[in-house]
Design a protein around this ligand. Structure first.
Ligand code: GRF
Length: 201
């Protein structure tokens, strides 16, 4: 069984979907640890409710990003984590962090990358006027939302969509897509060749 850590800053609805999928056996791995950079993150409450170790690591206690990330990595190593899952974690990981876990950190982004990276992917898509957007699960590299794509799914933009309605439909897709990508990793079904991530049977 692969050992998973989830890093989350906010609502934690993806975290909840992942915990459900792991419990029902849809993910061949266990969530061992949840870390947040926000004391009040609902993600921490959800983790505790599910009986998962939940840690708040306060950025204000560290002088810069590298020292903060080193503290996070220390906790990940202590828990012998195989896969780091970013689920609404609002911090860009430092290069040393990423290098500790090459192709072992995943992120979910609410657009069809490489379109609309960074924060506000949903707002950006709506403002641009695209007819189709979606979500992307990708490995994390040292850039911004730029690592190899694992899974993507399209979501149509409707004429009367607001950021809220569109994000809600994207979220619903994320709850299916992220557990699937995590399960593929846990069953060693993902092979990365350059930028391409292949799913093997
Ligand atoms: C999701 O839309 C995800 O794509 C983005 O942050 C949001 C997190 O939502 N990276 P939640 O905290 O899982 O509800």
């Amino acid at each position: 069984m692969k050992r998973i850590a989830v890093l989350a800053s906010g609502q934690g609805t993806n975290l909840e979907a992942i915990l459900k999928a792991a419990k029902s056996g849809e993910i061949a791995g266990r969530v061992e640890l949840v870390i947040s950079d926000r004391r009040k993150a609902r993600a921490l409450e959800i983790a505790r409710r599910w009986g998962v170790k939940a840690l708040f690591i306060n950025p204000a206690d560290y002088r810069d990003r590298n020292t903060y990330d080193a503290a996070v990595v220390e906790e990940l190593q202590r828990a012998a984590i195989d896969l780091v899952v970013l689920a609404g974690f609002m911090r860009l990981l430092s290069a040393p962090f990423v290098r500790q876990y090459p192709l072992r950190i995943m992120n979910i982004h609410p657009s069809l990358l490489p379109a609309f990276p960074g924060t506000n992917g949903v707002e950006q898509a709506l403002a641009y006027g695209v007819k189709v957007t979606g979500c992307t699960v990708h490995f994390v590299d040292e850039g911004l939302d730029s690592g190899p794509v694992i899974l993507q799914e399209a979501v149509p933009v409707l004429p009367d969509d607001t950021v809220e309605t569109l994000h809600q439909r994207i979220h619903a897709v994320e709850y299916r897509l992220y557990p699937r990508a995590i399960d593929l990793f846990c069953r060693d079904k993902l092979i990365v060749e350059g930028r391409r991530c292949l799913i093997v049977d």
